[in-house]
Ligand binder design. Structure first.
Ligand code: FAD
Ligand code: DLZ
Length: 510
């Protein structure tokens, strides 16, 4: 039976199970640029350009490999994936459709109606590009009172034999070297210049299209630098191995004035759309360590992110959706300030993190979690609006990975499924991790009064507001206790100052 294989814009890999099942002689492959996917949030223009260019390059790679490919370009004006599938089924005379499962519950729910809508059998295949299947994760989670990434990660290390000694014990005697991954940035090392990927004719045409069709979306296309093929993405990763991995270990949690990415790998978007493969990256990093090319803390830290966190958040997403998206444990509902869309704030750390997020579609983990996310948590910004912002702004954002990180880890909206305590911090943390405070108009040593760093008073206001809830958490109890022991007048003054700052920075009327 001639079958149409639909390949989504974040499934651009020959290991895509729907392609593996495709008969090159008989079947037809469809890739489609459609308004529905390009507009369900105001995606960063870098993200749209990355996906469209990578789709077009993958189309050519598929044709070179002997597949018959039907390609719908954005200007063909086909509104949705379902419409593109309908058209192509008819044109190709195909009588069935197959696709690898999508990474977002929104699209999975829509696809569940396709068989009836299209009038042909539709098979949705399990996404085999992850290292832990949804069923395996659910089996691991079953019966556990509390899920913790660390235990999942150890099992994954064992399962894939990564960083283990000959007796199956963790190399170096410890599973986790997180404590060695937390140095603050003091600008006393050089950040190596990072090569941009080349812009070829296909990417050039896509950049022109995106500039014209998405004029209001965030993203400065003049600085587009992303890889759009598996080979280019691999070259970016090889650069990271040779020039950044070792220092990545040390500065994983650092914040720097000098660089938007420090020693981070900048590969999440390639992994998420299928241009790189997670196990190969982990094995390459292990090999680099075994060859003496980086510290064990760097190799373990990197592998933990890919083998541990990335798989873990995906497991949490599918285990708890769709209810997960409704979580708002701390009842946060303050409107997202407009300056989230411009970066126009005088808080230096926040300004830099927002600006690079909007312009490049990239911020590293600590910027996402402890600068932007922390502000949103302390200010009580509306959970749904913040999640939509993250989904729109980052090049690597797909809901399966964005939502647990934002709603769960950053905002504690899931009430503790992802994180054992809210990641709330005062300006002191931001100062310790980097050098933004030195260039900031606010004074991180002050909690109240003109020029005081807003993170400080907002932090205590957060503790005050959620004291009853946080007291139940073993890891937050001490902080609540120390706050409540303070003089009542002092507490009142801090909360009053924080309320004023909040009204100024994030007014209730948006
Ligand atoms: P590196 O710091 O070099 O890390 C290596 C790789 O590890 C990343 O490429 C990524 O694939 C993986 N990784 C690291 N941390 C995580 C994590 N917490 N969850 C999943 N994978 C992880 N990541 C996304 O891919 N898409 C998102 O939409 C996304 N949204 C986030 C939202 C918030 C609020 C937070 C706190 C984190 C989010 N992350 C997201 C995770 C992480 O911040 C990014 O993966 C990382 O910053 C990407 O940059 P990098 O490739 O330079 O990563
Ligand atoms: C993100 C995205 C965008 C911007 N455009 C397309 C598109 O035109 N066609 C397509 O197949 N996929 C696109 N994507 C990726 C999808 O939104 C993604 O596959 C789903 O969100 C599921 O993860």
């Amino acid at each position: 039976e001639k079958t149409l294989t639909l390949v989504l814009g974040d499934q651009l890999s020959f290991a895509n199970p729907a392609l593996v099942a495709t008969d090159r002689e008989r079947d037809v492959v469809l890739l489609a640029e459609v308004a529905e996917e390009a507009a369900y949030v105001a995606h960063n223009r870098h993200k749209i350009a990355l996906i469209f260019s990578a789709m077009r390059h993958f189309r050519d790679a598929l044709r070179d490999a002997g597949y018959s490919v039907h390609y719908v370009a954005y200007d063909d004006g086909v509104p949705s994936l379902e419409a593109a599938a309908r058209q192509t089924l008819d044109a190709a005379g195909a009588t069935a459709l197959r696709c690898c499962e999508p990474g977002e519950a929104r699209l999975a729910a829509a696809m569940a109606g396709w068989q009836a809508g299209l009038g042909v059998p539709v098979s949705i295949l399990e996404d085999s590009r992850f290292l832990c299947s949804r069923d395996d994760f659910a089996a691991w989670a079953k019966g556990r009172k509390q899920l913790r990434m660390e235990y999942f990660y150890r099992e994954m290390r064992r399962r894939y034999g990564l960083l283990l000694d000959a007796d199956g014990r963790p190399e170096g005697g410890q599973w986790n070297y997180d404590a060695e991954n937390r140095s603050g940035w003091r600008a006393d090392e050089t950040v190596p210049a990072r090569p941009a990927a080349p812009v070829d004719a296909i990417t050039g045409a896509v950049l022109a299209l995106v500039a014209e069709r998405f004029p209001a979306n965030p993203g400065d296309l003049d600085v587009f630098r992303l890889a759009v093929t598996a080979e280019e993405a691999e070259a970016q990763f090889q650069w990271f191995l040779a020039h950044a991995l070792d220092r990545f270990g040390t500065y994983q949690d650092a914040l720097a004035e000098e660089s938007p990415w420090l020693f981070h790998s900048l590969i999440s978007m390639y992994l998420n759309i299928g241009l790189l493969e997670p196990l190969a990256l982990c094995r390459a990093v292990e090999a680099r360590w075994r060859a003496g090319g980086c510290s064990l803390a760097a190799a373990e830290g990197f592998i933990r992110q890919i083998l541990g966190w990335r798989e873990y958040v995906r497991g949490i997403y599918w285990l708890h959706m769709p209810a997960y998206a409704e979580g708002n444990a701390l009842h946060a509902d303050r409107p997202l300030p407009d300056w989230f869309w411009s970066g126009a704030t005088e808080l230096r750390c926040l300004q830099q993190a927002l600006k690079q997020s909007l312009d490049l579609g990239y911020a590293h983990h600590i910027q996402r979690l402890m600068v932007i996310g922390n502000f949103a948590l302390l200010a009580g910004l509306d959970v749904r609006a913040v999640c939509d912002w993250y989904l729109a702004v980052y090049v690597d954002a797909f809901e399966w990975v964005e939502l647990p990180n934002t709603l769960g880890m950053a905002l504690y909206g899931d009430g503790g499924i992802m994180a054992s305590k809210p990641y709330a911090a005062s300006g002191k943390y931001i100062q310790r991790q980097g050098n933004h405070c030195a260039s900031c108009r606010y004074d991180v040593r002050k909690t109240t009064g003109e020029g005081a760093c807003p993170y400080n008073a907002l932090y205590w206001r957060f503790i005050d507001r959620h004291a009853a809830y946080l007291k139940k958490n073993a890891r937050m109890g001490l902080m609540v206790g120390s706050w409540q022991k303070r003089d009542a007048a002092e507490r009142e003054a801090i909360v009053a100052w924080a309320d004023g700052e909040l009204a100024r920075l994030a007014p209730e009327d948006g």
